[in-house]
Design a protein around this ligand. Sequence first.
Ligand code: MTE
Length: 326
Amino acid sequence: MQFKYKALNDKEYAQATDEQLFHNRRRFLKLGTGALVSTLSLDALLAETNYDKVLPLDFKPFTQEENQKINQETLTLTSIEDTTSYNNFYEFGYGKSDPKKRGHLLKTKPWYISIEGEVEKPFTIELTDLLSQVNLVERIYRFRCVEAWSMVIPWIGFEFNELIALAKPTAKAKYVRLSTLYDPKQMPMQASSFQAIAFPYQEGLTMQEAKIPLTLLAVGMYKKELLAQNGAPIRLVVPWKYGYKNIKSINKIEFVQEQFMPTWEAENPKEYGFYGNVDPEVSHPRWSQAYERVIGQRGRKKTLYLNGYQKDVAHLYAGLDRSKLY
Ligand code: MTE
């Protein structure tokens, strides 16, 4: 693919994603935040995750222009080390470091995704085949977890709209339901006698939300394919919603007529809603959502309504009671 765009914020981007981060094992790199990232600990990370074997992707780089339109400010990227070692992926364990430790159990090639429900004709497609039919783009987005921490991640993915065009949903489709792979041999917590949540993990969006150009199906980060702990080989990215909506390792996409209960809402409907919209004014029953801890930086920052993406999505929720539509 040929793209004429100039990548966003070259200097900062290079600081966080420079190839030296992968290859120059002896140096200490200074990130924009002033934090020192030890390449020695990166060594350990790379050894465990086989990041060297992860393939670079061909994509259209995120531009200054797009960044201004979407984020309205230049964001400081979270380090690869933090993004790939501090994860929520309950299929591999409930601790933040478990997904990195156990991710090697997941086999992502080949990877089949079934498209079902209210579509002209259901079908199953292998990911490589799917990727040959869509446009990969880079998008740097804020990422806000319901646990009140945040990161900034340079995703590579394609707009959900492109999947919709291939799936051809019928007029009856009002919601989309996504499911994570269910295979206890590859995802050990699915076989555990203690399960904090029901598997397979499921999440969903309204059709209007799925069609918002910000909504991505991501297959990479930091210019390369996703690692298992981040939801390889394909995950949802909806930047104005809490992290739990961003379902990982998707192998089923169903178009449905009725709203349904996704995993976290079914688990605890008082704490986690279907919408999961980032909202500093609607507290979680056990903590405030007004501030967030920025991973890799000192201190906290104020959380923005819809994570700063109001301009693109606030119209979807106009006139609705935010305290009920959480
Ligand atoms: N998807 C699946 N299948 N299983 C999970 O446990 N955790 C969610 C979401 N997607 C989760 C999931 C939560 S709570 C968050 S915050 C994000 O993934 C974390 O994404 P990250 O680890 O890439 O930061």
